[in-house]
Design a protein around this ligand. Sequence first.
Ligand SMILES: Nc1ncnc2c1ncn2[C@@H]1O[C@H](COP(=O)(O)OP(=O)(O)O)[C@@H](O)[C@H]1O
Ligand SMILES: [Mg+2]
Length: 496
Amino acid sequence: MVTISRIRTDKVPFWASIRGKILLAFFVVVGSSFLVAATNLTGLVSNYLTEQRTREDTQAAESLAAVFGPMMQSAESTGLNNRLKESAEGLNGRLLLLDPDGKVQYDSLNSLCGQRLAIPEVLKVLVRGEVSAYGMYRLSRETVAAMSGEGEAEYLAYGAHEMQGPRGRNGVLLYVSRIQGMMDSMQGVQNQLNTVFILIAVAALILALILSRLLTTPITNLSRTMRKMGKGDLSVRVPEKGSGELRQLAENYNVMAAQLENLDQSRNQFVSNASHELKTPLATMKIMLETIIYQPEMPADMRQEFLQDMNHEIDRLTGIITDLLTLTRMDNKSDPMKIEEIDLSALTEETLRLLDPAARKRGQTLESSVAPSLRMQGDRSKLHQVLSNLIDNAMKYTQDGGKIRVTLEEKGDWLVWQVADNGVGIPPEDQEHIFDRFYRVDKARSRETGGTGLGLSIVRQLVTMHGGQIRVESEPGRGSCFIVTLPRGERGAETA
Ligand SMILES: Nc1ncnc2c1ncn2[C@@H]1O[C@H](COP(=O)(O)OP(=O)(O)O)[C@@H](O)[C@H]1O
Ligand SMILES: [Mg+2]
């Protein structure tokens, strides 16, 4: 008996399910690749923008320093002041001119005149002697408002450039640049990318859900079907939808299920057929027995006849039971093959000799043509059973005085038996069924001759166990010929 473990019906946790895994994988792949792309992109954009701005601002400071440097010494301060304001407005920034001590001499917004400014860029030019310096800053709103004159801004940039007079360096020009707009547009790019990211993530989520559903539905269906089959309902099938491996899985599963169902049905059929076969002789015997019991004054010769009939029925019962046992033993594989080197020619001759008296009794001739010394690997008693069953059938289904011919010959790697008779024959529509269990063409006749309908199914099974084949050629009224081909080597027997 095969042990059967419990059917799993518990729900798979989400993280362990295929759906969970697909979703996670999708998220990791889509999320991480987008994150990398997005950071690279923002980095690229902001680098480009800041570099360009730095270059522009530095150039502006340089050319303004070239203009205002020589003007520092001239006394025309109002003219200089006006030009400074104009230039600052043109640049949309603030311009300051500082003397070599760092004190503001001119201011386009006028508010810082006379003050000393300790701004890093100014110090770099004045103290460290650099020609120009540039830096962008994020500062408090008050500081930005005080320095650039721009309200509600957090960013500004300082561009400093030395100024040269006729007698060398005479101060520094400070350009306060309003970069809030640029920073805002950079933030805009960042926000846009975030929106795109969220959109892509949602799309990926939906896609992953659809994909995982496509993948898991067939599997859940299969699991559900298996559960039902496991509980004993063999008629359920998996819907064969979709394509690819999952469809194949469903199709293969259904083939297996159909085979199981067939097996189950044929087993039931077998049991009911067997019971029926056993019941008939028992019923006949009971009638005869009751007749004998309730008619004590029955004539002696009639009673004798009844008892003989009953004896006949008991023989039939024994025959059926022997055949049934042979079949179930073969089904259970509890009757192993005893493979040995045998002389099939000798075995054929011996079988013919054993059956010859029975044929003689009915006036039938048993002819033979057996090629000598044909050897093969096989089970002696099983092969004997095959041949005697076939000859027995030939005698049973041939009229008295008929002719039966048995031949054994060699055809390449195969040995071929032919058992031919000139008896009743088998109608074409019955030919494919005669090897089925309990199948008989003429039930009444077969029962009369003691047949069970199991003989040929046993024969076919024995032949297949040897790796061979059996077929029939027959014409009703003219006779039948059973042809058995057997492989000589053991290879055939093993694969059977
Ligand atoms: N040589 C034959 N000639 C005619 N019919 C045959 C022959 N051999 C078998 N049959 C048919 O095939 C059926 C099945 O044969 P078998 O399985 O041996 O059962 P049984 O011999 O017990 O009837 C027989 O009932 C018979 O109708
Ligand atoms: Mg038979």
